[in-house]
Design a protein around this ligand. Sequence first.
Ligand SMILES: Cc1cc2nc3c(=O)[nH]c(=O)nc-3n(C[C@H](O)[C@H](O)[C@H](O)COP(=O)(O)O)c2cc1C
Length: 344
Amino acid sequence: MADLSTTYLGLALRNPLIVSSCGLANSLENIKKMEDAGAAAIVLKSIFEEQIVFEADKFIDSSDNSLSAMKKGLNDILQNRSYDYMEAMDYMTNFAKEHTLKEYLDFIKQAKETVKIPLIASINCVSAYDWSFFAKRIQQAGADALELNIFILPSDINKTASDYDEIYRKIIADVKKFVSIPVSLKLSYYSSNLVNSFIALSNSGIAGMVLFNKPYNPDINIDKIEISAGKIFSSSDDYFRTLRWTAILSGRVGCDLAASTGVHNYETAVKLLLAGSNAIQLASVLYEKGIDEIKTILDGLNKWMDAHNFKTIEEFRGKLSQINIENPAVLERVQFMKSYAKIV
Ligand SMILES: Cc1cc2nc3c(=O)[nH]c(=O)nc-3n(C[C@H](O)[C@H](O)[C@H](O)COP(=O)(O)O)c2cc1C
């Protein structure tokens, strides 16, 4: 049996598999099942910054002048959004109505009493608008780390790439003022200068980056001729983008990397570790096959390591990252030319 232990965000993990933020982690029963199935850590379902602003008065002194600014902030946030607004509203109506922030904090406390593995709280945010004080509550409730799911679609024609980078930097700086637990960023691949932006972000005080978030995607219903919701779950082929950028960024960033999107089996987990991920996050596969699939993936990883005589994860992690391979161009262009040249 190989030693699967590793570290992520400075946390000691018994193996690299982490349950990604999703509704499955909303019950203590499931959280226990995840731990029993072998999950090394769990990212809790996200709360939205809008909800924090919305309920801010319950958490801060009402004589505080910043309260009215926060309330105004909420209106600004809600009115100035299109895409993000839809996602936030969906969340606010379907989840947040029944789950207050106090319940979120209580849930963290109860979950900490239920399992021994690290629990990573999650906040979905798009701005640094006066909500970051709440990160401290999350730390006080016992979360071992905080993942910020920052989904910014760079679709505003009046903003430059550096305007967008500045939003990320501001969010990180604001949150870091309130917490000492590790903070990670869950990012989308929409960036005009991904490598440089991500390397700069990785050196701005965060402990890790999750590549990548899988946002709600719009689709089009051609019968009704209207915009519809795209598929929520990933498929087992959806990992290629994560693989490429993990391999390109590994060894160049100043923080850990977690791979997310499309990990449905041990083979993909192995590939992403070879590309240089420190941890692997899973969501869709657990909805489709059940929480026990974590065991199957761990078993496969173990057997693969034995077959290749790897005793520890570090022996092979990043072996195929761009800085470690002989021909770095295969991750960019040459591979494409070679394989397509044979077909067309
Ligand atoms: C039903 C569902 C709910 C999700 N909720 C959240 C969430 O609250 N916060 C978040 O950061 N990601 C959320 N995600 C995204 C997942 O954490 C993950 O990044 C994405 O599904 C890609 O991973 P996968 O291919 O393993 O599913 C959700 C995904 C699903 C399927």
